[in-house]
Design a protein around this ligand. Structure first.
Ligand code: C6P
Length: 440
């Protein structure tokens, strides 16, 4: 049996045995998709003469009118720098920016707004921790454990800091269904372990890591847990206090917000003892000729003029998600991804990666169509107006274990529907016919 794969026959046998897939389909619709779609202007456009079917949400989501309006409104009525002026616009801008920080903190269960650092994206958040915490705390002989499914963003920064400090990286294996192998993790954990880098949800397999157990085990040996929430915060109700990591990184653009804004949540005591990531205006208390002291949190990590408008618009995106209800967002994703898993299983030459139970994964479904390169299949889908991603999805170590150079990935969000899954399956059938005829 090959790792993390299920063939058509295995999948059918499994669904016959436990009826799981059909029970997923009987879940009543948790979201009013038609009403939601009306909020997203881009979903009205055509691509290659066909209605756009946007299934690349793990790369970035589309933006509702409310978020677009918030950006226009900020620049039309309020625009000014924050924390620097006494004039009315600056005060209003500062208030809106800090309200967004508070809003984002509440969304993920932070105790205090100072625990939220604004960054550009998940990548910057993870680099901040690796550079700022890593350089100050790692030394030769220390070990950094990362899982085999990590996105390069939670691996490469650690490789760089390991090279600088003499620490060593070790990869935790995955189980056959593509989750973090807790036995292998237990075997690797030791008093030498200082950092555990783990994606809360995989952007390829969709699997959700048991962050609570992983954090508890790490803390027993005195290690910190750096969780990558890029694919979980947008989809799964998140409470950092119950999940227990020490840091959680996420990107606004994957949760209906603008590009260029994201968040790092960190435990207050860790953020307080860490040196700043960047130096410059806004992050200092006092500056002398040869040295400086730092402003308190959160300003210590807010060097330079921040991305004010996008932070405020991210707060609006979070209001939108909260209005939908994160448990409804999650239920919708289980329903649509469950239907996609079932429909893909009906195509004989499709191999789907990751578990077949949609309840243990997010709305990310990666697969391959035998004899058709993912980029070719992606092009045929594009001709039908369907946007998916093809490639290694910035997870080369995982693709090496899957033993494929690339996969096709459909990823679903709040505005996707079952008929879009049907259109995907029809277009894949076209790709299969076209390319199998070519190779015959
Ligand atoms: N994954 C995808 O198509 P940024 O680019 O910094 O906003 O997010 C990085 C990142 C980190 N971790 C995970 C699990 C991710 O999925 C991503 C972004 C996109 O899968 C772009 S490569």
């Amino acid at each position: 049996m090959q790792l993390y794969r299920e063939t058509h026959a295995e999948r059918i046998a499994k669904s016959d045995q436990n009826g799981m897939i059909s029970s997923v389909l009987s879940v009543s619709a948790p979201l009013d998709v038609e009403r939601i779609r009306a909020d997203f202007p881009i979903l009205q456009r055509k691509v290659n003469g066909r209605r756009l079917i946007y299934l690349d949400n793990a790369a970035t989501t589309q933006k509702p009118r409310q978020v677009i309006d918030a950006l226009v409104d900020f620049y039309t009525t309020t625009n000014a720098n924050v924390h620097r002026g006494v004039h009315t616009l600056s005060v209003e801008s500062t208030d809106a920016y800090e309200a967004a920080r508070e809003r984002i903190g509440r969304f993920i269960g932070a105790d205090r707004p100072e625990e939220i650092v604004f960054v550009r994206n998940t990548t910057e958040a993870l680099n901040l921790v690796a550079v700022s915490w890593g350089r100050a705390n790692l030394q030769p002989g220390d070990e950094i454990l990362a899982t085999t499914l990590e996105h390069h963003s939670n691996l490469v920064p650690w490789q760089r800091v390991a090279q600088e400090t003499g620490a060593r990286i070790r990869l935790i294996r995955l189980t056959l269904d593509g989750t973090v192998d807790l036995d292998d993790y237990r075997r690797l954990l030791s008093p030498r372990t200082r950092v555990v880098a783990v994606a809360h949800a995989s952007n390829v397999l969709g699997t959700i890591s048991d962050l609570g157990t992983i954090s508890e085990m790490a803390h027993k040996v005195g290690a910190i847990v750096v969780a990558d929430g890029a694919q979980s915060v947008p989809n799964v109700p998140t409470d950092v206090r119950t999940l227990g990591p020490d840091f959680l990184a996420f990107s606004g653009h994957k949760m209906l917000g603008p590009t260029g804004i994201g968040g790092l949540w960190g435990r207050l005591e860790l953020l307080e003892e860490m040196p700043p990531f960047l130096g410059g205006g806004g992050m200092i208390r006092e500056v002398f000729e040869d040295r400086a002291t730092w402003a308190p949190l959160p300003e210590k990590f807010d060097a330079g003029t921040p991305n004010i408008a996008d932070a405020i618009a991210l707060g609006v995106a979070i209001d939108y998600l909260d209005d939908l209800g994160m448990s409804n967002v999650r239920a919708h994703e289980v329903e649509v991804a469950g239907y996609a898993l079932e429909r893909l299983a009906s195509i004989p030459d499709v191999t789907v990666y990751g578990p077949s139970d949609p309840r243990v994964r997010t709305g990310v479904v990666s697969f391959n169509l035998e004899g058709v390169h993912p980029h070719d299949a992606g092009t045929v889908l594009d001709e039908a107006g369907i946007a998916v991603r093809a490639g290694h999805h910035c997870c080369q170590p995982l693709h090496r274990v899957l033993d494929v150079a690339a996969t096709l990935r459909a990823s679903f969000y709040v505005y996707n529907s079952a008929d879009e899954v049907d259109a995907l399956v029809d277009a894949l059938a076209t790709a299969r016919r076209l390319y199998q005829r070519k190779t015959a």
